[in-house]
Ligand binder design. Structure first.
Ligand code: UDP
Length: 333
């Protein structure tokens, strides 16, 4: 019998790529999403496929899925700093209560569960590059605290289920990832810069742009996640691309890529914005024989082509679709 996998956050950026990956590998996929930040357009191509089902559900509430489940991938969560500010309570709940519900479901179904953790557990890191044994430097009550602490709690409860219940668990610490299907208005730096270039607006660099990030193309990340899921390793593993760049240099790359005539303007640096971030991927290299394959030039080109192809309503949309709105729109077609 083909294996069945539950993917939460299925309509989001990473969740939708994971759905594609598992469908491609001929798994049966159950997608789940409450669509507060996800977009059904990301998975509409999967509707009607015999191996794909979708549940419109908030995993912070009790989760029930009939039938067997072999794997659970918990990817539901707001994932950008402006979302944490807009929906802080939901952000906390999905990482904590949502994770608890899914761990319970994994026990019930005797499934292996992989949870999406984040480089944000390292906060504004004092160790560079970040290795998995670094405990982090997080402000629990700052604007990012709702995400960072929910994810830290997620790791703690996942390890507790592993040690207390001998549940098969995996924890991936995801560093900045980019690619098609990011939400153009989610405030993250890549969609922000490309959206600005496409709309003919100036590119907004926060602070002086000396802060660094390391960007991983989505297909590399998905491959790393699959390898971790199939491994027998229950400690956290960093997955990311160590190619580090300052945000100012990144803005220059986007200016060149898009050919925009607009300028780079400087805005206030958000509170608790990490000054540096780069994954140490020694563990992933050794254990999973994994490393990223797509360089930034290649990945950015694919991503820009995707954003260029979007209809104008997505380019200028301030808020994302609701489930009801989406259904209305599909019915009208
Ligand atoms: N950033 C920026 N301009 C923007 C959006 C973001 O300069 O319009 C900066 C932001 O301050 C941060 C970096 O880009 O230093 C990455 O921000 P993002 O929100 O993408 O991710 P995170 O901070 O969570 O890594």
């Amino acid at each position: 019998m083909t294996k069945r996998v539950l993917i939460t956050g299925a309509a989001g950026f990473l969740g939708s790529h994971l759905c594609d990956y598992f469908i491609e590998k001929e798994y049966r996929v159950v997608g789940m999403d409450n669509l507060i930040t996800g977009d059904l357009d990301n998975i509409s191509h999967l509707f009607g496929q015999k191996n794909f089902e979708f549940y419109h559900h908030d995993v912070s509430k009790f989760v029930h899925v009939p039938g067997e489940i072999d794997y659970i991938l918990h990817f539901a969560s707001p994932a950008s700093p402006i979302d944490y500010l807009k929906i802080p309570i939901q952000t906390l709940k999905v990482g904590s209560l949502g994770t608890h519900n899914l761990l319970g479901l994994a026990l019930e179904k005797n499934a292996r569960i992989l949870v999406a953790s984040t480089s944000e557990v390292y906060g504004d890191p004092l160790v560079h590059p970040q290795t998995e044994d670094y405990w982090g430097n997080v402000n629990p009550i700052g604007p990012r605290g709702v995400y960072d602490e929910a994810k830290r709690f997620q790791e703690a409860i996942t390890m507790a289920y592993h040690t207390y219940h001998q549940l098969e668990t995996r924890i991936v610490r995801i560093f900045n990832t980019y690619g098609p299907r990011m939400r153009l208005n989610d405030g993250r730096v890549l969609p922000a810069f490309i959206g600005q270039a496409l709309r003919g607006e100036d590119l907004t660099v926060f602070g002086n742009g000396s802060q660094t990030r390391s960007f991983c193309y989505v297909s590399d990340l998905v491959e790393g996640i699959y390898r971790l899921l199939m491994s027998d390793y229950s400690q956290p593993v960093n997955i990311g691309n160590p190619d580090e760049i300052s945000i100012l240099d990144f803005a220059d790359e986007i200016v060149k890529l898009t050919g925009t005539k607009q300028k780079v303007v400087f805005k206030e640096l958000p509170k608790d914005d990490p000054t540096q971030r780069q994954p140490d991927i020694t563990r992933a290299r050794k254990l999973l024989d994994w490393e990223p394959k797509i360089n930034r030039e290649e990945g950015l080109k694919i991503t820009y082509d995707y954003f260029k192809s979007l209809p104008p309503d997505k380019l200028y949309r301030k808020e994302h679709n609701t489930f009801e709105g989406y259904v209305r729109q599909r019915m009208a077609k």
